[in-house]
Write a protein that binds this ligand. Structure first.
Ligand SMILES: [Zn+2]
Ligand SMILES: [Zn+2]
Length: 363
């Protein structure tokens, strides 16, 4: 019997439509998930605004769910834990092909064929997005069973926000005692603060324009915050960072999770010579910025670009949350799938103020 499920399809900029689709047939190595919750990520907002065109797509990639049905070859998760229908799972939102040059080198994040989402609903296997009742985990995807007291809401950002910033911290080889600046205190920014703290950072500075977010940044581990409304000039913010990091001469690492390239030159100037700029936010095309590479060369600064993450970081993120992080309660607003248009309107922060920290859509 074919089952059908509701899905929110982005039919135009700023507009979702709820439609009913048959769930795809499950391949021998595939898993069909009944979605429990799907978070609203900053990148979803970029798409919703039309900054990335994705009409006729089901959005949503920060999701978790329960195994609804699985192919006959699936017996375990990616760690070898037995898997059965009804188990709670988290999974990478990308599926490496395991057959390209990059995959043979273990560089799954560079696989060119790997993104599960951002495809039209007309393309197999149709269930590409988390704003839906069903989501199809393609063969080759990394899946982890979770047995935890954490809520579904807490698990949703793990396969995007948490995984990505943890990858950044990992790639930048942060050392105990390092000074870290995080530009942006939205979902990614808060996770970046927590991940830097987890990694043993000695000093963490969070920068944002919204006071409630900065308060939260302090709760999850920031030692200092800079509200850009108090210091509207970039030069003053750079000077403040240099003052706060003291003997270090600049930050050891700066994480960019604002999502707009205008903040990059400022972030680079906050670094010490030899410091690392972890670039995560500028996910859309046309992110141009004017940077004098002479400033990079002198006092060599490293740019560490991050998209996607290593699969092993997902269970690590679960354990980080289980240790009592306030991030486990980051989801501030919950919406039903039918109210997804409202969820996006309420979550919009560009050129406006929002009380929403993280919206969760529950089908
Ligand atoms: Zn995301
Ligand atoms: Zn590949």
């Amino acid at each position: 019997m074919t089952i059908t499920g509701k899905a929110a399809v982005l039919v135009d900029d700023f507009k979702f439509e709820i439609r009913e689709y048959p769930a795809p047939p499950v391949e021998d190595d595939g898993i069909l998930v009944k979605v429990s919750a799907c978070g609203l990520c900053g990148s979803d907002l970029h798409v919703w605004r039309g900054e990335i065109k994705a009409h006729n797509y089901i959005l949503g990639h920060e999701l978790t769910g329960r195994v609804h049905s699985m192919g006959k070859k699936v017996k375990t998760d990616s760690h070898g834990n037995s898997l059965k229908e009804g188990d709670r799972v988290i999974f990478t939102y990308f599926t490496p092909c395991h057959r390209c040059y990059h995959c043979t080198r273990g560089e799954f994040t560079n696989c060119l064929y790997n993104f599960q989402g951002m495809k039209s609903v007309k393309e197999y296997p149709y269930a590409h997005g988390g704003y839906a009742e069903y989501y199809y985990i393609k063969p080759g995807t990394f899946v982890f069973k979770v047995e935890t007291k954490l809520s579904d809401e807490a698990l949703t950002p793990i396969n995007c926000a948490a995984g990505t910033v943890m990858e950044g911290i990992e790639r930048a080889q942060l050392r105990p005692g390092d000074a870290v600046v995080v530009q942006g205190a939205g979902g990614l920014g808060l996770y970046a603060v927590a991940a830097a703290r987890e990694r043993g950072a000695g000093l963490i500075i969070s920068i944002d324009g919204q006071a409630p977010r900065l308060e939260l940044a302090k709760k999850v581990g920031a030692d200092y915050t800079i509200n850009i409304n108090d210091l509207p000039n970039a030069e003053d913010r750079i000077a403040r960072v240099k003052e706060l990091v003291g003997y270090r001469t600049g930050a050891d690492a700066v994480v960019e999770v604002v999502g707009y390239p205008a903040v990059i030159p400022e972030g680079l100037e906050m670094l010490r010579p030899g410091g690392r700029y972890i670039e995560i936010g500028c996910i859309f095309k046309g992110s141009f910025v004017n940077v004098d590479f002479n400033r990079i060369l002198h006092g060599i600064k490293y740019i560490v670009p991050v998209s996607y993450y290593s699969p092993w970081l997902l269970p690590a993120a679960v354990r980080m949350l289980e240790r009592g992080s306030p991030l486990a309660n980051l989801g501030s607003h919950t919406f039903s799938l039918d109210n997804i248009n409202e969820a996006f309107k309420k979550s919009e922060w560009k050129d406006t103020k929002t009380e929403v920290l993280r919206s969760i859509v529950k089908p």
